[in-house]
Design a protein around this ligand. Structure first.
Ligand SMILES: CC(C)(COP(=O)(O)OP(=O)(O)OC[C@H]1O[C@@H](n2cnc3c(N)ncnc32)[C@H](O)[C@@H]1OP(=O)(O)O)[C@@H](O)C(=O)NCCC(=O)NCCS
Length: 180
């Protein structure tokens, strides 16, 4: 799905083949990957191509990934998007990652507000979930600033034979719709 979104400081461009080097650098980065326990860090640029093909396949409903591009200098800073859409239950998961040099400026908060508004406009969403590793304080703080609430449900990701406990934070979309 190709949909450009614009915020005060950012262009959110849909992921495309021209982003392969960026996607590789993003998901092979040790700092970014520190709390990402659903996949191993990338080691081959062909894996970046696979990610891009997954998100650009028009048959994959409810899969979106945008690149955060800073308006002032066109720098690509990170990505955000949706996956695991459950149409019947009206749920989807949100994911996000920002390179360390761009953290601490509110860029991701700005991006997520925009994609959440877009997501609830185009999909029949009741709840948006964020699966967050218990030790990922920055991500917990970000989700809480956006109105996500700790559902008290947990989920374990297993990587390299080790379990990593994740909290499931949830955003109630009906409350957002009534504010629109
Ligand atoms: C999670 C992650 C995106 C958070 O990045 P972030 O920059 O802290 O997120 P925000 O956009 O909410 O920015 C908030 C920070 O910017 C500051 N800020 C500065 N200017 C701001 C502005 N204009 N508006 C809002 N916040 C601003 C806030 O005070 C806050 O700083 P603090 O953390 O020192 O309190 C980042 O840590 C990351 O990518 N981590 C690696 C990948 C990852 O863990 N992804 C999530 C998996 S669940």
């Amino acid at each position: 799905m190709d949909k450009k979104l614009i915020t005060q400081r950012l262009i959110l461009k849909s992921i495309s083949e021209e982003d392969r080097e960026f996607i590789f650098s993003e998901f092979s980065d040790a700092v970014i990957s520190k709390y990402l326990y659903d996949e191993e860090p990338l080691t081959d640029i062909k894996q970046a191509d696979e990610i891009i093909h997954t998100y650009t396949n028009p048959q994959h409903e409810g899969l979106y990934r945008w690149i955060l591009v800073r308006k002032t200098d066109n720098r690509k800073m990170g990505t955000c998007g949706f996956h695991c859409f459950n149409k019947g239950e009206g749920t989807i998961e949100i994911g996000y990652d920002l390179q360390a040099e761009f953290c601490g400026h509110g860029y991701m908060q700005e991006a997520l507000k925009e994609i959440i508004a877009y997501g609830i406009e185009i999909m029949p969403l009741k709840q948006i979930h964020a699966h967050i590793y218990v030790g990922n304080e920055k991500s917990i703080a970000l989700s809480e600033r956006l109105g996500f609430i700790n559902s008290k449900k947990v989920y374990n990701y297993t990587l390299r034979d080790k379990d990593y406990l994740h909290l499931i934070y949830s955003l109630d979309c009906s409350s957002l719709k009534s504010m629109q």
